[in-house]
Write a protein that binds this ligand. Structure first.
Ligand code: ADP
Length: 559
């Protein structure tokens, strides 16, 4: 950064003038080096990039104007003490900072900050070490920049992939820490990433470093001369989540109370065998029957993994764009969807699962699964080798369900030209009646907004994450506006039915937080009390998940 012209941002942080911003920057340069400070100037083109090379200061799938949720600058600290110093600097200048690990966060806002003009803190660029993979304990300890791809590569390189399996989400480019703290999911038996994390090292809003759980108990072999972040951890840090006393980890997920700089994640011991499968169901109204079959099997763990039940258009979109199926505009008709399903030899609903274990175990499980699902007329079971089409979802899922990361599922975003997407993600009971109602409500609104319904049910331990993929053309303003109308209406409709979302895009955080309002917003009051106690200057990710610090006049900021 050689001249001051480059230090004028497109959007100043709230409350700062250019001179103060300039002083903040020069201090940031001293901390992490000029090469690790990028100012987003009025002439910086806001290029979206692409999944493998995402933009760092705005949302690649913008539903508002690209330069609305935009950072003033992005900093790339090289180590834990630099992050601590930057946090202290942010307090001194009262600058909002927005930490992220990799910044893909696709469909939920990417790297974009909630408060325009915040300073992005890219933790992943330099802090990307796999600190440890422990074979005996079946866990890894990672830094923010470790992605599913990079941990997988590490396992392959060290030969440990034969012993330990990773759990990966649909796309492998995300950060293991970023995904877990946002409570993202994958699809092996270890699919609930937050459940499978164990032990975190966190920088608090005042710059202090904390290790949670067993990490708070010093390792007797550590030298007191080492700085805290370099001290070898307690040997049980990644083995027992809770430690002693209040269990704090939860307040650091989907939150604005800390910056996670190390985290443990459990890996799955190689189960000794594996078989992925797909079951197709021909009719749209098979949905309730399928879901009622899923529930007991999943609760009994006959369904060992996190299976998914996908609507035909999700798989059709992986196969080819909409224009290859029809030249008509507007949502596809029932008849057309039946035609597409027949053309692709898929069902209107398609269920993807896997069985794990030595052959006799797999055979028994698969027999029970087949008996249960194939009772639905017209249903068919396929194994990966049965599918010869070029973009077979089953063949991709066969990788995902054994923890091999891919990016094949990116293809469905190209359903429309200049495809962008927003995720609408309500939780549903695993009950045919509930799932069907939720499907009807969401599909009706998608149609009303002029979009195809593209969705999937992801089956957790006791519930389903119903992921509705709102795919729109990012270059057409009317489509962006309709996508916004749709998602806001869906939040309202779902709350009226008692359904809430598990995670959301930046633009919806206030609205959704406001639906979790039992007993006069008691939960939000608790969240705000904790926020104000830990972050009195309100510097860390203000507004994230609807939690605003006292220093912000909330009514002026909510969207
Ligand atoms: P992805 O893994 O998809 O690339 P991100 O790195 O963008 O995800 O993280 C998603 C969100 O999670 C961020 O916007 C931020 O709110 C939160 N987050 C990610 N990493 C951290 C971290 N290390 N500490 C605190 N919050 C984080």
């Amino acid at each position: 950064m050689s001249n001051t012209a480059n230090t004028t941002p497109r959007q100043l942080p709230p409350g700062l003038d250019q001179a103060k911003f300039q002083s903040f920057l020069s201090r940031a340069w001293d901390i992490c080096g000029t090469e690790n400070v990028d100012v987003i100037s009025p002439t910086t083109e806001l290029k979206d990039g692409h999944y493998m090379d995402p933009c760092k200061a705005h949302d690649m799938h913008a539903v508002y104007e690209r330069d609305y949720f935009v950072a003033s600058a992005v900093l790339f600290p090289r180590n834990v003490p630099e992050v601590q110093q930057l946090v202290r600097l942010a307090n001194e200048f009262v600058v909002p900072i927005w930490p992220f690990s990799i910044g893909r966060n696709t469909g939920y806002g990417g790297t974009a900050p909630r408060v325009p003009g915040s300073v992005g803190i890219d933790l992943g660029k330099h802090m990307n070490k796999v600190i440890e993979v422990n074979e005996e304990g079946a866990f890894a300890l990672v830094e923010p920049g470790v992605t599913y791809f990079s941990l997988y590569e590490h396992l392959v390189k060290t030969g440990l992939d034969q012993k330990l399996w990773l759990d990966v989400p649909d796309l492998g480019g995300g950060s293991i820490i970023g995904n877990a703290v946002e409570r993202g999911v994958g699809y092996t038996p270890y699919g609930d990433h937050w459940m499978m994390h164990c032990g975190m090292e966190i920088i608090l809003p005042n710059g202090e470093l904390v290790r949670t759980g067993m990490g708070a108990l010093p390792n007797p072999d550590s030298s007191p001369d080492l700085p805290p972040h370099e001290q070898p951890p307690n040997k049980c840090w990644q083995l027992f989540n809770y430690g002693f006393g209040p269990y704090n980890d939860g307040i650091f997920s989907q939150s604005n109370l800390g910056i996670v700089v190390k985290m443990g994640i459990w890996l799955m011991p190689n189960p000794g065998g594996y078989q992925a499968y797909m079951i197709t169901f021909p009719r749209d109204d098979d949905l309730p029957k399928i879901v009622d079959i899923i529930r007991p099997l999943r609760l009994q763990m006959v369904l060992q993994n996190v299976p998914t039940l996908r609507n035909i258009l999700l798989d059709a979109a992986v196969s080819a764009p909409k224009s290859s199926y029809t030249s008509e505009a507007g949502p596809l008709s029932e008849a057309k969807m039946d035609e597409i399903a027949a053309q692709l030899d898929l069902g209107r609903w398609n269920f993807y699962g896997a069985v794990y274990g030595p052959e006799p175990v797999r055979n028994v499980l698969l027999t029970v699964i087949k008996e249960a699902f194939l009772s639905i007329p017209g249903s068919k079971l396929f194994l990966p080798e049965d599918r010869k089409e070029p973009h077979s979802v089953l063949r991709t899922r066969a990788k995902t369900l054994q923890g091999i990361p891919t990016i094949d599922e990116l293809r469905w975003v190209n359903w429309v030209p200049n495809g962008a997407h927003l995720f609408f993600s309500p939780i549903s009971k695993i009950s045919g009646k509930d799932a069907n109602l939720q499907y009807e409500v969401t599909r009706r609104r998608c149609t009303e907004a002029g979009f195809d319904f593209i969705g999937t049910f992801t089956v957790g331990m006791r519930e389903m994450h119903h992921i509705v993929c709102i795919v729109f053309n990012r270059e057409i303003e009317d489509e962006r506006l309709r996508a916004r109308w749709l998602i806001r209406t869906l939040v309202k409709d779902c709350a009226a039915n008692g359904w809430g979302e598990y995670r959301t895009h930046l633009a919806l955080m206030d609205q959704i937080a406001n639906t979790y309002n039992f007993n006069d917003n008691a939960l939000m009051k608790l969240n705000e009390t904790v926020k104000n106690a830990l972050d009195p200057n309100g510097i860390l990710a203000p507004g994230k998940n609807g939690v605003w610090p006292q220093s912000y006049e909330k009514s002026k900021w909510v969207l």
